[in-house]
Write a protein of this length. Structure first.
Ligand SMILES: *[C@@H]1O[C@H](CO)[C@@H](O)[C@H](O)[C@H]1NC(C)=O
Ligand SMILES: *[C@@H]1O[C@H](CO)[C@@H](O)[C@H](O)[C@H]1NC(C)=O
Length: 544
């Protein structure tokens, strides 16, 4: 389905390049990271994010034609008339950054991106989409997600006003979902590596966290700790603790600031603007950009531009007309009063070092090492080809739950090769493959355990025998994956943004929350979730 690939990236680059030539205003000076701060690359002035979250929640009624493949989000950067309508208002708010939550990699972003660049506005984009993100309750980092994330990077990296990417938004949200942090960190690791393998400009990859009292310290440490190649590049913090006429101390901003004083990478509010006290006076702006916080934080992003049912809007938009709301005027007054100067890049010598990793226990359930394996489509293909018993093509994915339950109950050990446990840090080599590949693997393991008896590859017609292949490149990969998937594959993944894959059973619904923050997630449970629950709840699965 994705026709996106090298050709369209090249076209995008050429378009961007020609705009750059025709008018200097189009070429934004990239933002770079040094220590725990952002800077304009060319003149070394510190960059403070004065941001606004910019994406309408999706309802059928707000659908903008052509901005989403899946028809479950509008990509605001693919809507030039919307950008043209809104940029003057963003400018009134001195906005230098917008945050978008879901980008359609197949759309053309040239017009919006160049209008934004001309207005001095940078973009931080989430890599996931509502139907394709890491799920808090059933986390995976697999081929489909890898392809989705990489395709967004491919689509956006050519614009110099892309400030960074988020590998996840509010995924590990409370103690019992912290294991998901391992998968998000693996995603950040792989996307950083993807950017460098592709020879793209260095663009930071971060995480946007919610503010949960039980895990906030560990969460910030976890993403920053360990091998720098695995760690995120910046930390976005969604903080809603300053409500109405609060203060530096009663909002808890003082304690948050104390915590991040020693943080070694940039930290900023990836969302803020509590509305529980009614119309927002935005008095926190003076604190955030003032003398106590500006040495520690790199600014913040107000949630959000559009007025919707959740009542967080700065403006209300109706077709082509925009009406500013009381919150707009209040924020405008406050942001006009601040002018943090920060430090000059050359004269800044970072002295903070990376956090140490939180240990598993209490409220924290994500092992720091190893992280989940890199999705590797080639390995999964090789594995499937090497099997003697596989899922037959006529078997619908709605039957997988029962089939996994059945085969793994009869042969628990055979299912270990695709198990993933973020708390223990144990990952079968095939834990990043898709459910069909994993089920084939389970069938094959069972078939072999039965000495390839002809009755052992049937499963009421759900399985079929095939002639196994293990050729050339596959040999080495499969050797690394080891017997029963118990090994560790160290070869780089071969997947790219142009690889196929969407709408499969491993798609998840986590990012839906991003579009209606801070409400809770909802949506239909994906197949993979049901499968894993079924597997984990089978008594014999405890043997795994
Ligand atoms: C540095 O460059 C940025 C972007 O071009 C500009 O907005 C800023 O004012 C410059 N800083 C100084 C001190 O001139
Ligand atoms: C975490 O707890 C919530 C209830 O607060 C529950 O709905 C959810 O399924 C739990 N998730 C996991 C992974 O245990």
């Amino acid at each position: 389905m994705r026709s996106f690939g090298v050709a369209s990236v090249a076209a995008g680059l050429i378009a961007t390049a020609s705009l750059f030539v025709s008018s200097n205003a189009q070429g934004a000076d990239p933002i770079v990271i040094k220590g725990s701060k952002f800077f304009y690359k060319t003149n070394g002035t510190q960059f403070y994010i004065k941001g606004v979250a910019y994406q309408q929640s999706f309802t059928g009624a707000t659908a903008v034609k052509g901005t989403s493949n899946n028809a479950d989000y509008n990509d605001p950067l693919a809507d030039p008339s919307g950008c043209k309508r809104d940029i003057p208002y963003l400018k009134q708010l001195e906005t230098n950054t917008i945050r978008v939550y879901a980008v359609n990699p197949d759309s053309n972003h040239d017009e919006c991106m160049s209008m934004l660049a001309a207005a001095g506005i940078y973009v931080i984009a989430d890599l996931s989409a509502p139907s394709n993100s890491i799920d808090s309750n059933d986390p995976h980092w697999d081929d489909d997600l890898y392809a989705r994330y990489a395709s967004v990077i491919d689509a956006m990296q050519g614009y110099t006003n892309v400030l960074g990417f988020f590998a996840g938004n509010e995924v590990a949200t409370q103690p019992n979902t912290t294991a998901s942090a391992a998968f998000v960190k693996a995603a950040a690791r792989d996307m950083k590596s993807y950017i460098s393998q592709k020879g793209y400009r260095t663009i930071g990859v971060g995480y946007a966290a919610n503010d949960n009292q039980y895990i906030r310290t560990s969460l910030a440490e976890y993403f920053n700790c360990g091998d720098v190649a695995d760690a995120i590049d910046f930390y976005g913090y969604n903080v809603y603790s300053w409500c109405g006429q609060s203060s530096y101390t009663s909002s808890g901003y003082d304690i948050r600031t104390e915590q991040f004083k020693t943080y070694s990478i940039p930290a900023f509010f990836a969302e803020y603007g509590c509305n529980t006290a009614g119309t927002r006076p935005f008095t926190e702006v003076a604190a955030l950009y003032g003398p106590q916080m500006s040495p520690v934080w790199s600014g913040g992003i107000v949630y959000m531009y559009f007025q919707e049912a959740n009542d967080y809007g700065l403006v209300s938009v109706n077709g082509n007309s925009v009406s500013t709301l009381a919150d707009f005027n209040n924020y405008k007054t406050q942001i006009a009063k601040v002018s943090p100067t920060g430090v000059q890049m050359d004269s800044y010598s970072p002295s903070n070092s990376a956090a140490s990793c939180p240990s598993v226990g209490g409220n924290w359930h994500a092992a720091s090492t190893p992280l989940p394996p890199s999705p590797n489509k080639q390995l999964c293909d090789c594995m499937t080809q090497s099997l003697s018993c596989v899922v037959s093509p006529s078997t619908g994915s709605s039957n997988y739950q029962d089939l996994f339950g059945y085969v793994c109950k009869n042969d628990p050990k055979g299912c270990g090769g695709f198990q993933a446990n973020g708390e223990k840090g144990t990952y079968g080599a095939y834990s990043m493959c898709d459910p069909a590949e994993q089920l084939s693997f389970a069938f094959d393991q069972y078939y072999k355990s039965q000495g390839k008896a002809s009755t052992a590859c049937d499963f009421k017609g759900a399985a079929k025998v095939q002639t196994p292949k293990n050729s050339g490149n596959c040999k080495a990969l499969l050797a690394q994956a080891g017997k029963g998937g118990s090994g560790t594959v160290t070869s780089s993944p071969s997947g790219t943004g142009s690889s196929s894959g969407s709408g499969s059973a491993s798609s998840t619904t986590g990012a839906a929350a991003a579009l209606s923050v801070p409400s809770v997630q909802n949506g239909i449970l994906p197949m993979a979730f049901i499968v894993v629950v079924a597997m984990l709840s089978g008594p014999l699965m405890l043997l795994l």
